[in-house]
Design a protein. Structure first.
Ligand SMILES: [Ca+2]
Ligand SMILES: [Ca+2]
Length: 442
């Protein structure tokens, strides 16, 4: 009986909130305040900073054992594959994406489908690592998501009918989109996948109302960024200043650094934070140098796409560690001062705390045992070169198994404990508070 009562109470409160709020268009302010308004979820990461912290207290450590299913919704039979989406909730409707670039609107009270949109994907799409989608964005009367043929699709949130569809990149060149876009100041911000196929990673902004491209920022050193204004394409600076500084020859032209996991946004510093994937090709012997801005975190100006700062976690990445894991923003006290920090748990085995105003390294520490890829680490790691040969063979023959082994749940921020939480591999969730404030290099 207790479990039934619990289920009914949650459903009733969700209905009451939906009715009391009334349906309205999602605004920029709704998105920025998302983490403070538990009656809806209108951003990926439950807030643009990606903290994934809910202030709701109905569900807690005392009663979580009584949680039970109220309804279930199947994404289909022949198209199951991986489902990695974070749903959005608005006015009693759940918007959730599924594999093969599909999206559903579902009544959260009953589990009934309201509408479905199924992108008509061409033959020859090139998703490297399953046909997943990680979520949608919502703005005004639209719900927006990316597709495996590298398009952005904006649908009417009430009917599921397309309002505009824009090509972000050429799927035949290896591009795809699997990450959730975000909406910042009326612009839809998206990354791309495809680093395994020698694409050039990028972050782009589109006008949410019209779908017009506003700016584009390549994530590989040497490529020009552009802003688009009044029908004109205007140069906005080369990423990294010039080509060939950290890449040999012309290898920067196909440098990878895909922004495949999406980004976060910090309104405090007005910065987008995107991680970048492995440099291309995988064989690091072919590309001596740091290979910027692969396997890095980038802070980007949301108004024109300029790069504010970068921090590379794995120079000359020869292990496919990537550097895409989300950078979440938070403040903490140290020596009587408030530090504007951001943290990320990298697939190279280290947890990093950075100054999010300028990208300065504050501290880092290993969160897994037996890290063998580096010899020493002062601020920047010095890698063990002989290990690359062995790892390259493993990568080429065991890619799928390896990816699963390294994957983990997203980082979150415990507002009550003042502590970033994460789950490395198959281990229990860790709280990194002591190391964030008092950590030292090991
Ligand atoms: Ca909210
Ligand atoms: Ca990769």
């Amino acid at each position: 009986m207790r479990t039934n009562k619990f289920g009914i109470r949650i459903a009733a409160s969700a209905l009451a909130m939906a009715v009391s709020c009334g349906a309205h268009a999602v605004t920029d302010q709704d998105i920025i305040n998302d983490h403070k308004t538990p009656e809806d979820i209108v951003s990926y990461g439950m807030g643009t900073q990606g903290q994934r912290y809910s202030i709701l207290e109905d569900l807690n450590t005392d009663n979580v054992q009584y949680l039970q299913p109220v309804w279930a919704f199947s994404f289909g039979s022949e198209k199951m594959r991986g489902q990695e989406s974070q749903p959005l909730i608005k006015d009693g409707v759940m918007y959730v994406t599924a594999s093969y670039s599909r999206i559903y609107a579902i009544d959260v009270r009953t589990g009934e489908e309201i509408w479905q949109y199924d992108a008509r994907l061409p033959d020859g799409i090139m998703p490297c690592c399953d046909v997943v989608n990680r979520g949608a964005a919502i703005y005004g009367d639209k719900v927006i998501f990316g597709t495996l043929d590298a398009k952005l699709v904006a649908l009417n949130k009430d009917t599921g009918k397309p309002m505009w569809i824009k090509k972000v990149a050429d799927y035949q060149a290896g591009y795809a989109i699997t990450a959730a876009p975000m909406v910042i100041k009326g612009k839809i911000i998206t990354g791309v996948s495809g680093g395994e196929f020698g694409i050039v990673g990028k972050v782009e902004a589109y006008d949410a109302n019209t779908g017009d491209l506003v700016w584009t920022r390549p994530t590989v050193e040497g490529h020009m960024g552009y802003v688009y204004k009044d029908g004109k394409k205007i140069e906005n600076g080369i990423s990294g200043g010039k080509a060939g500084v950290t890449w040999p020859g012309e290898m920067w032209k196909n440098g990878g650094a895909a922004t495949w996991l999406g980004g976060t946004y910090d309104p405090d510093t007005d910065s987008l934070f995107f991680g970048t994937g492995n440099p291309a090709p995988w064989n690091s012997h072919l590309r001596p140098g740091d290979n910027l801005f692969s396997s890095s975190r980038l802070a980007i100006d949301p108004d024109d796409g300029s790069i504010k700062w970068h921090f590379q976690t794995t120079p000359n990445d020869g292990w496919d560690y990537d550097g895409v894991n989300e950078l979440i923003s938070f403040d903490y006290e140290e020596s009587g001062k408030t530090v504007k920090a951001a943290a990320t748990a990298d697939r190279n085995g280290f947890f990093y705390v950075l100054n999010r105003e300028n990208g300065d390294f504050i501290r880092g520490f290993p969160f897994v045992d037996k890290i063998t890829w580096l010899k020493v680490w002062i601020r920047k790691p010095v890698v063990r070169s002989m290990l690359r040969v062995v790892v390259l063979v493993i990568l080429l023959t065991w890619k799928v198994a390896k990816a699963r082994r390294f994957w983990r749940s997203p980082l979150s921020w415990g507002a009550r404990t003042g502590c970033p939480c994460f789950q490395p591999g198959h281990r229990p969730v860790l709280c990194a508070l002591e190391r964030v404030v008092h950590g030292h290099l090991e």
